[in-house]
Design a protein around this ligand. Structure first.
Ligand code: C2E
Ligand code: CA
Ligand code: CA
Length: 557
């Protein structure tokens, strides 16, 4: 493949001469003035290896061409040779100032021209190579190492200092995209360059230190870790500087720490561990760094395993219904039960919903599980009815995530139709905080379900912030008040929370809403609830969640 040379010359005679000198070795393009030349360059920038430009031309002369050229960074790798006549040294000086690479003089000497063109092309290729090599090592924005080089340098540093303990830090700016949108991308870039400077300055004071920009706003550091409070110092170094750097915005960093024990382990894996730890910070003021522990990795692995196992588990019917009885408080008579899911695995035994439900909620699998549990519950009611039993109602839980299913009302309705069960036996629990997620949709859905004959229980009432507000304009039928949100008995705040519970129950009475107190564990709680007129209770004090057969024995004697 031939290199391409662009000849810019208005005089046809001169142009033809230049072309004839060069065309054996190069592909030659021609332009009659500076403007044409720029157009050609802009359209085929990467293909042009050198430009020969005459100074005196109509429309856009050589000087004007050079002016544009010198202010276009993308063109600077293309060498420009200026062709001069009698103009003398001053002209050359001016051209050099605009970044001209070399000169040829009229009348043309073909040998000189060929050499000069060959030379500038070789030189430019050399620069390009060097630039590429630079980009392989350094981050173009901040000028510090990129991760590959950091890994390299860190490996070397660890080898050369076998007796020093090291730690790897990963840090980024909390909600950097917010910073970008408040101050603009330019300022965002400036902040990143500022951080690079901070790292450079820090490295001046730390004997052994490597650092790099990992990506976007994430940076990596490796420093000795012999002194206990070293991380604290690093964190303070950044926090202090950030406060001064941007006074009207709180720049917070997430710092994750990984102590290197096994020096043979892969550095990128160590960076990953530090990154994982940094995720724990979430912009927290007080705990602005986290140290990696094995647990963090295990949690993620475990979550992944739970997700992988779910489909199979559903097929093998590993998800089973447990029922926790509810009682009337005045007569201690059974009044119904709540369906609580248990995952019974062949190898790990019983996994509690507190473990897998949050994971399923994150990835949406919860919709599947919820529906499965609802269907199993309907089947259960059907089997009772078939056996001639008149069952108490049971309540199922609806995840807040399931509320995003636009067909939720239909799906629940279709279930009751399919198994031919009276909707009043199939009660629905929805957590209070779900109402604040998207109040309008939920209000409507809950209302429709009530119309179908379902009872709606507001779960975890008192755990959110909007409880009392929400009550005004949502139609629920029962409040569930969780005693675990109350202060422990004997504690300083006990009186206060008792008075809150008492007030809530009064308010509920005004609104004609029955209250179920759940999580009731102690006799004192029972007495107190009795004294304030609570109607229903559910909790370990009365009965724990139990397998269906056990519940049946209890309920249908
Ligand atoms: P929840 O709906 O608030 O259910 C009450 C939880 O409190 C249950 O925990 C129950 O076993 C526990 N509990 C009952 N009485 C006591 C007590 O006296 N003391 C204490 N400390 N705890 C008591 P569980 O079964 O571990 O379920 C935890 C959460 O998982 C439930 O909270 C519910 O939000 C969710 N969950 C359970 N099954 C399902 C389901 O099928 N679908 C959905 N979406 N969520 C479910
Ligand atoms: Ca519940
Ligand atoms: Ca609850």
């Amino acid at each position: 493949m031939k290199n391409t040379v662009l000849v810019v010359e208005d005089n046809e005679m001169n142009r033809m001469m230049l072309v004839s000198f060069l065309e054996d070795t190069y592909q030659v393009l021609e332009a009659e003035n500076g403007r044409e030349a720029l157009e050609i360059l802009q359209n085929s920038r990467n293909k042009i290896s050198a430009v020969i430009v005459d100074l005196i031309m109509p429309e856009m002369n050589g000087y004007e061409f050079l002016k544009v050229y010198s202010s276009s960074p993308e063109l600077l790798n293309v060498p420009v040779i200026v062709s001069t006549g009698e103009e003398g040294e001053d002209v050359e000086i001016e051209c050099l100032g605009y970044g001209a690479w070399d000169f040829i003089r009229k009348p043309y000497n073909p040998h000189i021209i060929r050499f000069r063109v060959k030379n500038v092309i070789e030189r430019s290729e050399f620069y390009l190579l060097r630039q590429l090599r630079y980009q392989e090592q350094f981050d173009t924005l901040t000028g510090i190492y990129i991760q590959n080089m950091f890994v390299h340098q860190t490996e070397k540093m660890l080898k050369e200092n076998p007796d020093t303990d090291f730690m790897i830090l990963h840090f980024d700016i909390y909600q950097f995209q917010v910073y970008n949108s408040v101050f603009g991308r330019r300022e965002g870039d400036k902040l990143l360059c500022h951080i690079a400077d901070l790292l450079r300055r820090m490295a001046e004071h730390v004997e052994h230190m490597t650092y790099c920009r990992i990506e976007a706003d994430a940076f990596g550091i490796c420093v000795p870790a012999s002194v206990g409070d070293e991380i604290q110092k690093v964190v303070e170094y950044f926090q202090k500087d950030f406060q001064e750097y941007q006074r009207d915005y709180n720049i917070l960093s997430n710092m994750g720490v990984f102590y290197i024990e096994d020096r043979e382990a892969s550095i990128p894996a160590m960076i990953d561990h530090a990154r994982l730890a940094s995720k724990e910070c979430k912009g927290n003021y007080i705990y602005n760094y986290y140290i990696y522990t094995e647990r963090m990795g295990e949690d993620i692995q475990e979550a992944q395993k739970i997700v992988n196992d779910m489909e199979q588990a559903m097929k093998e019917e590993q998800f089973v219904l447990y029922l926790q009885p509810k009682y009337g408080l005045t007569d201690y008579k059974l009044a119904g039960a709540e369906v609580l899911t248990r995952w019974i695995t062949p190898d790990k035994g019983m996994v509690s919903p507190g473990k897998f439900i949050p994971i399923f909620e994150k990835n949406g699998l919860i919709m599947k599980l919820d529906f499965y549990i609802w269907e199993q519950s309907c089947k259960l009611i059907r089997s009772w009815l078939d056996r001639g039993i008149e069952p108490f109602p049971i309540s199922i839980n609806i995840s807040r995530v399931s509320m995003y299913n636009p067909r939720i009302v239909e799906e629940i309705h279709e279930l009751t139709v399919k198994y031919d069960i009276p909707p009043r036996l199939f009660q629905l629990e929805l957590t209070e905080s779900a109402y604040t997620d998207n109040p309008e949709t939920i209000k409507k859905a809950m209302h429709q379900l009530q119309e179908y004959g379902h009872t709606i229980l507001m779960d975890d009432f008192g755990s959110g912030y909007s409880s009392l507000n929400v009550l005004k304009d949502i139609s629920v039928d029962v409040l569930k008040l969780d005693m675990k949100f109350m202060a422990a008995s004997g504690s300083e705040n006990q009186k206060r929370s008792e008075s809150i519970v008492a007030n809530v129950i009064h308010l509920a009475k005004d609104l004609e809403l029955p209250v179920i107190a759940e999580g009731v564990e102690e006799k004192e709680q029972v007495d107190f609830l009795n004294s304030v007129g609570c109607e229903y209770v559910q909790g370990y004090y009365f009965a724990k969640p139990m397998p269906v057969e056990e519940y049946e024995k209890l309920a249908f004697v």
